[in-house]
Design a protein around this ligand. Structure first.
Ligand SMILES: [Zn+2]
Ligand SMILES: [Zn+2]
Length: 401
């Protein structure tokens, strides 16, 4: 049997006191709320992990670049009780990694559109295409993907072996070609780096354009949080004709990246507070009192961001909600009436040609997400890469096997 290198997250299955787990979750260990059962998580580089083989309808990809996502970091960070921070769908042990690109090495029986040698990236949401939400077009809300009793579908790098490895196998229906990026980047090396950023960029694209219905050219867009998702929102807004893009971020590295990605104004809320100012005052100031036509929440800090958004919504303004937070916060609905405003929750990146459109924007040179990669590591050094990731001083850390 041939083997490969793979970054594997392992954890003990210990049900948290007071948590009622279903019989199905007990049996399959595909659990809906990871932070309620996974204890003492560890990241290990396994150098003798079995190399996967593509089955029917599947492709084998040799991984060339794989980004570390915030969720990957939350897999190995723990709370006081030793449970992992990540609260969502998971099944361990698993090879992590879901923001990746590579070259197709082998295709299984029945594969139609992809061939060996193609440069590709892949969706992370492993949707079925047959359940009711899928058939309605809501692939990001696939029932089988979220069903603890179903082990065929799930999330790549969460419930199924992912791409922080030499090879990964995915179904053809999740794969997108990135060969078109070669013209703009010139080198394959760069194409693969850009390709590994299609997934996080698509998360922002989906929220702004599919869920919130986009904005008119000239609109004022405010982006909360300039991590990779926020940075993508900035780049996409700029490329789509926003009149002004205003960002809020506290990390100095990310403030600099926000400017590079096209933000016209970047403010540090902590610095503002020292001057006795609140973010909404800056927004009103910069927009001549009109407020934001679109707020993009990519900070996952509703208790901080929502009150500020409510005070700076333009008439007809929208909020696109991407940041995740297991927190309930008060909402002042009166604002949404008098400002004729709407809030759109967004999850995932699949469907509506989102991957295709993001790749086209990259190929046209309208967005260059590779600027956000600030550290690169070989797969052999994946543990060091995660040590650095804990410090949160980078835009994006990318593993290049
Ligand atoms: Zn991710
Ligand atoms: Zn489905």
């Amino acid at each position: 049997m041939s083997t490969m290198r793979a970054a594997v997250v392992k954890a003990d299955f210990v049900i948290r006191e007071g948590y009622e787990i279903s019989q199905t979750e007990l049996r399959t260990r595909k659990v809906r709320e990871g932070n309620k059962v996974w204890k003492n998580p560890k990241l290990v580089l396994d150098t003798e992990y079995p190399k996967p083989k593509p089955g029917r309808g599947e492709v084998l990809i040799r991984v060339k670049a794989c980004g570390i996502c915030g969720s990957d970091i939350h897999f190995i960070e723990t709370d006081e009780a030793g449970y992992m921070i990540y609260p969502g769908l998971t099944k361990f042990p698993v090879v992590i990694g879901h923001e990746f690109s590579g070259v197709v090495e082998e295709v299984g029986e029945g594969v139609k559109w992809i061939k060996p040698g193609d440069m590709v990236t892949s969706e992370e949401m492993m949707w079925c295409g047959q359940c009711d939400p899928c058939r309605a077009g809501y692939l990001n809300h696939c029932i089988l993907l979220n069903d603890p009793g179903n082990l065929e579908f799930g999330e790549l790098g969460f419930t199924h072996d992912g791409a922080m490895a030499d090879y990964v196998v995915v179904k053809e229906k999740y794969v997108w070609k990135i060969d078109s990026l070669l013209d703009v980047y010139g080198s394959e090396e760069k194409v693969f780096e850009a390709g590994s950023l299609v997934e996080p960029t698509s998360v922002s694209y989906h929220a702004i354009f599919n869920r919130a219905g986009g904005f008119k050219p000239g609109a004022y867009v405010v982006v909360w949080g300039a991590g990779p998702i926020g940075l993508a929102a900035i780049a996409l807004s700029k490329a789509s004709g926003a009149g002004k893009v205003i960002a809020f971020e506290i990390s100095p590295v990310r403030i600099e990246l926000a400017k590079q990605m096209g933000a016209d104004y970047v403010f540090n809320p902590v610095e503002l507070e020292k001057k006795g100012m609140q973010p909404y005052e800056k927004i009103l100031d910069v927009t001549g009192g009109e407020g934001a036509d679109l707020h993009v929440e990519a900070a996952g800090a509703p208790e901080k961001t929502l009150p500020q958004m409510q005070r700076s919504l333009a008439i007809g303004g929208k909020i696109a909600w991407i940041g995740r937070a297991p927190t309930e916060v008060p909402i002042y609905l009166e604002i949404f009436q008098v400002r004729r405003s709407q809030l759109f929750g967004s999850q995932g990146h699949s469907g509506w040609s989102t991957f295709k459109n993001v790749i086209r924007l990259m190929a046209a040179g309208k967005i260059d997400m590779t600027k956000i990669i600030t550290s690169r590591f070989n797969l052999d050094d994946v543990e060091k890469a995660f040590e650095r990731a804990h410090k949160r001083i980078d835009g994006k850390i990318t593993i290049k096997p």
